[in-house]
Design a protein around this ligand. Structure first.
Ligand SMILES: NC(=O)C1=CN([C@@H]2O[C@H](COP(=O)(O)OP(=O)(O)OC[C@H]3O[C@@H](n4cnc5c(N)ncnc54)[C@H](OP(=O)(O)O)[C@@H]3O)[C@@H](O)[C@H]2O)C=CC1
Ligand SMILES: C[C@H]1O[C@H](OP(=O)(O)OP(=O)(O)OC[C@H]2O[C@@H](n3cnc4c(=O)[nH]c(N)nc43)[C@H](O)[C@@H]2O)[C@@H](O)[C@@H](O)C1=O
Length: 315
């Protein structure tokens, strides 16, 4: 396996570098001394456009590719825009993976998500639970696209002996997250709602669903660290889970965000909103066995993210 860390001037295309994950990967690559990152914003290069992606790769010839560009959103966005979630993700990943192969990229890392696993997979979820049962309906369109991405990496490895790997992160959060009131994930959505309620002296904040679903959260700086670790240490057919190993109920998460933000009112539960999958704790022992462990606790990560929110997002 070619060493990723040994050539800090290697040309690395980080697709989606302005997003939550891509921006964390760029920070981590810079911290590790990499000097030759190839970056294009969505407006500079729309990765759904096949001919533009082909021209870009033919001209730029990156040596490594980390694919963190995708159509991403929380439970409401996934449930409301199923056509966007399946079609945009299939297009981006197909264009980027194929052009990477054709243009001699040495290694590519594709990012999926824990929602690829069956809704009622045995917990904690091992990599081999993939395709063993029906998916969670609120995000099956996105999950099908992500499963296709894993399978595409596997197929290119099998047919061409090409180093294409896939990482499956759990629910992520951190700087540069999407704080949209409806379309974001639960953690940024609640941070914003509690903050606005605190500023307005509101008596209560509405939280979706029953509060009982369990979720595993990982700070995006830990994920970025794992991505670089996998680029250096992992080369295999099977995708790799990347989680913190710690799960909380949505109620526990809401209480913690409320405390970090400093909101003193009440929580009200909106049972008309979907809970989604009841539990999705991944088993990340495969990555741990290679020598990677997460570092950021949920409380520290929330404090760090709220600080970033105050400095960068709030009006
Ligand atoms: N956030 C999470 O909790 C999790 C994320 N992941 C995975 O991590 C990866 C990154 O997600 P995340 O950083 O959260 O998402 P973000 O939405 O924060 O970032 C995605 C980036 O991709 C860009 N992008 C989207 N469509 C296109 C396009 N057609 N052409 C070019 N660029 C495009 C976006 O640009 P713009 O905003 O301008 O459209 C954005 O900069 C995804 O593969 C996701 O599935 C996995 C598990 C959990
Ligand atoms: C990362 C993952 O993200 C998505 O799956 P999800 O884990 O269900 O994501 P979520 O963060 O949106 O919700 C988690 C839980 O939290 C509850 N909840 C409470 N209040 C709010 C709230 O205000 N907003 C949101 N979004 N959820 C809320 C919500 O009802 C649910 O029970 C996938 O679509 C898929 O994209 C994917 O891979």
């Amino acid at each position: 396996m070619e060493s990723f860390m040994s050539d800090k001037s290697a040309k690395i295309f980080v697709a989606g570098h302005k997003g939550l994950v891509g921006s964390a990967i760029v920070r981590k690559l810079h911290q590790n001394g990499f000097t030759n990152l190839l970056l294009r914003s969505h407006s500079e290069l729309d990765l759904t456009r096949q001919s533009e992606v082909e021209s870009f790769f033919a001209k730029e010839k990156p040596q490594f590719v980390i694919l963190a560009a995708a159509k991403v959103g929380g439970i409401h966005a996934n449930n409301t825009y199923p056509a966007d979630f399946i079609s945009i993700n299939l297009q981006i990943q197909t264009n980027v993976i194929h052009s990477s192969y054709i243009n001699g990229v040495k290694k590519i890392l594709f990012l999926g998500s824990s929602c690829i696993y069956p809704k009622f997979a045995p917990q904690p979820i091992l990599e081999n639970a993939l395709l063993t049962g029906p998916l969670e309906p609120t995000n099956e369109w996105y999950a099908i696209a992500k499963i296709a991405g894993i399978k595409m990496c596997q197929a290119y490895r099998l047919q061409y002996n090409w180093d294409a790997i896939s990482g499956m992160p759990t629910n992520l959060y951190g700087p540069n997250d999407n704080f949209h009131p409806e379309n974001s994930h639960v953690l940024p959505a609640l941070m914003r709602r509690f903050h606005e309620a605190k500023v307005e002296n509101a008596k209560e904040v509405v939280v979706w669903g029953s509060g009982s679903p369990l979720r595993e959260f990982l700070h995006v700086d830990d994920l970025a660290d794992a991505v670089i670790f996998m680029m250096e240490k992992y080369s295999g057919l099977e995708h790799v889970n990347v989680g913190s190993g710690i799960e909380v109920t949505i109620k526990e998460l809401a209480e913690l965000v409320k405390e970090v933000v400093g909101f003193e009112g009440e929580l009200v539960w909106d049972s008309t909103k979907p809970d989604g999958t009841p539990r999705k704790l991944m088993d990340s022992s495969k990555l741990a066995a290679l020598g990677w462990v997460p570092k950021v606790s949920l409380r520290d990560g929330l404090v760090d993210t709220y600080k970033w929110y105050l400095e960068n997002v709030k009006q």
